[in-house]
Design a protein around this ligand. Structure first.
Ligand SMILES: *Cc1c(COP(=O)(O)O)cnc(C)c1O
Length: 424
């Protein structure tokens, strides 16, 4: 594709994009007198314009009704978390009672491990990927210690075995087979945050379950990015956050999935009053009776102000036609980025993320040739021209074109600016 053809192609793709109107629903940071070219939806998604009205509605209700706000109207705070339930279930492919918006990601991970990591002397190991997100690693390591076991032997980390630092299905299969009898839990990411690699979650769930291990997913980088089918995936539980691809703002209330086969049991858990059956919660009796479904793992009455923006965001996912529509654009958008890099930036940027569409989401992790110094130089150059990706030590720039607000022209601009930097 010639440079002129690439430009024509980008403009034509943007003109024909059925999701094009959604960009206007976001507040896009400025860089000087133009809009920033924002590729960091994998870290903090942009603000939907409608978020403000939802937050103000809560503040106004508080101002005018105070404690009565818990009980009055369609947006009563008592049941406020239920307002996002149906949309959330659609987003992750679950039944409504299997999902709940609560807490934050790492908190939910601990709550899920309190129930699903039940180690015994013979079966006490947790299996994760090597190089996991630090919070996940801290969480599993501390859980192992909490039970009196030793992460040195009881934390199994599957090392990358592919040239770019990605992990083959064969390596996962091998690790689960080798350690199977001593695995209490397999915790796996939907998408690895550093490499951008996506995994075959149902296959991993089958392998873990066949060995008698519990299986949980961390979907921080997968939710709002890939179509998910949690109910059918075989997972016992899943956790994720809503401030990355789900655009619900900094510190947004996170998500949690508990498969229906566990939702009616009286599984051991760390309990709080909001997990108590709402039908009898306000009798204020001392015994804990769990609410059915994922709701039974709630602890506190929800931070309604932090939940409000999620309503605006999930409404967008619904109106966009759900993950199938977003993924269709995302594959083209990220594919365009890949094509241009392979044609024009060989020797400058090396794509770490797998090339197969089903093994990645929207993010491409790009290793800058020449090492850390050179990488920082490029990253800073791009930022100074108003193109924002994010930096991962020692030499990786992550670029995540988000189908709700990024354009093909944004992708082209990134490639042109890297060319320009290389030329000077
Ligand atoms: C973003 C992310 C987190 C962040 O955890 P919080 O509890 O939301 O601060 C944790 N784990 C993974 C894999 C992530 O991508």
């Amino acid at each position: 594709m010639s440079h002129a053809d690439a430009r024509t192609h980008a403009l034509a793709m943007d003109a024909a994009d059925p999701l094009r109107p959604f960009r206007g629903e976001f507040l896009i940071p400025r860089h000087g007198d133009r809009e920033q070219t924002y590729f960091v939806g994998n870290s903090l998604g942009l603000q939907p314009r409608a978020a403000r009205a939802h937050v103000l509605e809560v503040l106004d209700k508080w101002a005018s009704e105070a404690v009565e706000g818990h009980f009055s109207g369609d947006t009563a705070w008592m049941t406020y978390h239920g307002l996002v339930r149906e949309s959330l279930a659609r987003l992750v492919g679950a039944q409504p009672q299997e999902v709940v918006a609560m807490n934050t990601l790492t908190v939910n991970l601990h709550l899920m491990m309190a129930s699903f990591y039940r180690p015994t002397a013979a079966r006490r190991a947790i299996l994760i990927e090597a190089g996991a997100f630090p919070s996940d690693r801290h969480a599993v390591e501390s859980q192992i210690r909490l039970h009196g076991f030793d992460p040195a032997t009881d934390l199994v980390e599957v090392e990358a075995d592919e040239p770019n630092g990605t992990i083959s299905m064969a390596a996962i299969e091998r690790a689960i087979a080798v350690h199977g009898p001593r695995l209490a839990l397999v915790l796996w990411p939907g998408i690895q945050y550093r490499t951008g690699q996506a995994f075959d979650l149902p296959a991993i769930a089958r392998l873990a379950s066949a060995q008698g291990a519990a299986i949980g997913f961390d979907l921080a980088h997968a939710v709002g990015n890939l179509p998910l089918a949690l109910h059918d995936s075989g997972a016992d539980f899943a956790v994720w956050c809503h401030y990355k691809y789900v655009n619900a703002g900094p510190g947004a209330v996170a998500g949690c999935f508990v498969h229906e086969r566990h939702g009616r049991s009286a599984m051991p858990r760390l309990a709080g009053w909001w997990g108590h059956d709402p039908a009898t919660r306000f009798r204020m009796a001392p015994e804990f009776v769990p609410a059915p479904g994922a709701d039974g793992w709630q602890l506190s009455n929800p931070p309604v102000l932090a939940l409000a923006p999620l309503r605006a965001s999930l409404d967008q996912f619904d109106r966009a036609g759900g993950m199938a529509a977003l993924r269709a654009k995302s594959e083209k958008l990220t594919g365009f980025l890949e094509t241009l890099i392979r044609q024009r930036l060989v020797g400058t940027l090396d794509i770490v993320t797998p090339a197969e569409t089903q093994r990645r989401g929207s993010q491409l992790s790009l290793r800058v040739a020449g090492g850390r110094e050179r990488g920082r130089e490029l990253f800073d150059y791009l930022r100074d021209t108003g193109i924002l990706g994010d930096w991962r030590e020692p030499d990786i720039i992550r670029i995540s074109p988000a189908p709700l607000y990024n354009r093909f022209a944004d992708v082209l601009r990134f490639v042109e600016e890297v060319e320009h930097w290389r030329g000077v």
